[in-house]
Write a protein that binds this ligand. Structure first.
Ligand SMILES: *Cc1c(COP(=O)(O)O)cnc(C)c1O
Length: 306
């Protein structure tokens, strides 16, 4: 569907293949992180596509699972990674969502829902401090623990803090999948599942020779093009592809952007790839100075699915 000149293409078989590859590479359980509407790609279609390939799903809030009946639709168990809602025990049970807990009171209130201990190893937000671990485990009759790890040092700390208690344990998200010592019993990939599966494109609506400084910013180019997408669609100045050649968007406005065509043979109607093919979120992230997850969610959240 075309709104705003931008088209989003999601390759669901590629997401399935990514999940299989992660499972093979890591050799442990895979719990797919489909929070934030599967990073903007659509939690229903993504979770349906990969349900038979994963051991479970992770959302951030209980309501993300409730809204699409995630447990019922996929038949898989779910973890809500964010702060728990201790007064909603029946909904956790009905949706087969297990809450993450980080204090004894919540662990006890949600005991029947099979709470999971979240241990602080450096993030310093909704996670238990090390001295409370045993009290919380006992209060919630807890058999599983995780940490939100950014580094292998976080994982090592988590391992030491939780050793010897017979717990199922997990730590690694996308950034740590290639670190064998970070895999523990389960990995929780988000971004890695969506790698290479998303294309965001817009056609050139104008192509011309440039004469002197162009646009608000007065950038220079020998030739330039225009697309009908701008910062209102999450776009920022940075790299793009035109006819297989890497070039860039020197200036982005509210609903339009300029494409530098100095070194690219292109004409009106040709496709500008804003994400996808050889242009990965991590490449754009360097230019935008943000995380690749932020790139992905920015570029897909205003779009309809093609
Ligand atoms: C979002 C999240 C993940 C997945 O993160 P990616 O880096 O996208 O793989 C895993 N664990 C927790 C606790 C998260 O909040």
């Amino acid at each position: 569907m075309r709104t705003s000149g931008l088209t989003l293409q999601i390759n669901l078989p590629r997401i399935v293949a990514n999940v299989r590859a992660i499972r093979q590479r890591c050799g442990v359980e895979v719990w797919a992180v489909v929070k934030a509407n599967a990073y903007g790609l659509g939690i229903e279609r993504v979770s349906r596509a990969i349900a038979s390939e994963v051991d479970g799903f992770c959302v951030f809030r209980l309501d993300e699972a409730v809204a699409v009946n995630l447990g019922g639709q996929t038949g898989k168990p779910i973890i809500a990674l964010g702060p728990p809602e201790p007064d909603r025990l029946n909904e956790y049970l009905a949706q087969r969502v297990r809450p993450a807990v980080s204090n004894s009171a919540d662990a006890e209130s949600l005991r029947a829902a099979g709470p999971i201990l979240c241990v602080d190893t450096g993030m310093q937000r909704f996670a238990a401090s090390p001295d409370q671990i045993d009290a919380i485990l006992q209060a919630g009759n807890i058999t599983e623990a995780f940490t939100h790890a950014a580094t292998v040092e976080h994982v090592e700390r988590f391992r030491q803090l939780t050793d010897g208690r017979g717990l199922k344990r997990h730590a690694a998200a996308t950034a740590l999948l290639d670190e064998p010592q970070a895999r523990l019993d389960t990995v929780r990939p988000g971004l890695a599942m969506y790698e290479g599966a998303v294309r965001v494109v817009a056609p050139l609506v104008d192509v011309r020779e440039s004469h002197g400084p162009v646009g608000y910013t007065g950038f220079t180019a020998r030739r330039h093009g225009v697309i009908l997408a701008g910062y209102s669609h999450g776009l920022r100045p940075g790299p793009c592809l035109v006819n297989g050649i890497t070039t860039h968007l020197p200036e982005v406005g509210m609903q339009t952007a300029y494409v530098d065509l100095t070194n690219v043979a292109a004409q009106t109607g040709d496709e500008v790839v804003l994400l996808g093919d050889t242009l990965a979120p991590s490449t754009i992230a360097q230019s935008w100075r943000c995380s690749p997850q932020e790139v992905l969610i920015n570029l897909v959240r205003h779009l309809s699915y093609d």
